[in-house]
Design a binder for this molecule. Structure first.
Ligand code: ATP
Length: 239
């Protein structure tokens, strides 16, 4: 069946004060895809994610989600509309239990029976979180905190999940586990925008990808195309 465009970004310009960080960015994400965005430190990847989730205002350009112009939609309303971000560095509530962190992900939905069912589903998806449900989030390892951050985001029932460097600082085996979960989420029908410095694994997983360099999209293509692209191999895959 025909691909349906879920998110469309056209001519996006974003600045911090006088400093323009994103220059005329065009990106689209089709429903059901994993799209990876790779780029060096400081390229503007996090800024782009925050612009999509509404935490950072835009100077120019349009962002459309499922046909709706996001310009007048607040960050809160974007979550309610199905755009949910897992921030860089996890940012779980370290002094709250695992259980309460997960429930907070569903705060816009209330403590309904459906929310409690979803909580049960999270514990099935992430058995370690069930085991540690009464622990403080701050007591978890980095990988467990990443799972908690993802579980918390999933409690908001995203249709588009924005992942900011989920592999950061994690051991290779844990990274593998996290990326496997990302694949499962796609199979469950969640569309994924994955920001990563770990380009090889992020592109191997992706249907399509973009390379961001100093605030500009410089290369785009299928995951496979990017993995075999000479420039990508040299600059981002260390080959
Ligand atoms: P990283 O992997 O380090 O997060 P990134 O590609 O996500 O890198 P951004 O965090 O989006 O990059 O930063 C892009 C540019 O904007 C950088 O030059 C950064 O210094 C600058 N920047 C980021 N946040 C702010 C801010 N709050 N105020 C001013 N400048 C900022």
């Amino acid at each position: 069946h025909a691909k349906q465009e879920m998110l469309s970004i056209k001519g996006l310009v974003t600045s911090y004060g006088q400093i323009e960080v994103l220059h005329d960015v065009d990106i689209h994400i089709n429903s059901g895809e994993i799209v990876s965005l790779v780029g060096a430190n400081g390229a503007g990847k996090s800024t782009l994610l925050m612009t999509i989730s509404g935490l950072q205002p835009t100077d120019r350009g349009a962002i459309t989600f499922e046909g709706k112009d996001l310009a007048k939609i607040s960050a809160d309303q974007r979550v309610a509309n199905g755009i949910v971000q897992v921030p860089e560095g996890r940012q779980v509530f370290k002094d709250l239990s695992v259980h309460d962190n997960l429930l907070l992900g569903a705060y816009t939905r209330g403590k309904t029976p459906e929310v409690m069912d979803d909580l049960e589903r999270m514990y099935t998806k992430f058995p370690i979180l069930r085991q540690k449900r009464h622990n403080l989030a701050g007591e978890l390892s980095g990988g467990q905190q990443q799972m908690l951050a993802m579980g918390r985001a999933l409690m908001a029932k995203p249709r588009l999940l924005l992942l900011d460097e989920p592999s950061m600082g994690l051991a290779p085996l844990i990274v593998e586990e996290i990326f496997n979960i990302v694949k499962e989420l796609k199979e469950e029908g969640i569309t994924i925008f994955l920001v990563e410095q770990n380009a090889s694994q992020a592109l191997a997983l992706a249907d399509r990808g973009y390379v961001l360099e100093t605030g500009k999209v410089v290369i785009e293509g299928t995951g496979r195309e990017l993995l075999s692209n000479e420039k990508v191999r040299e600059a981002y895959l260390g080959m």
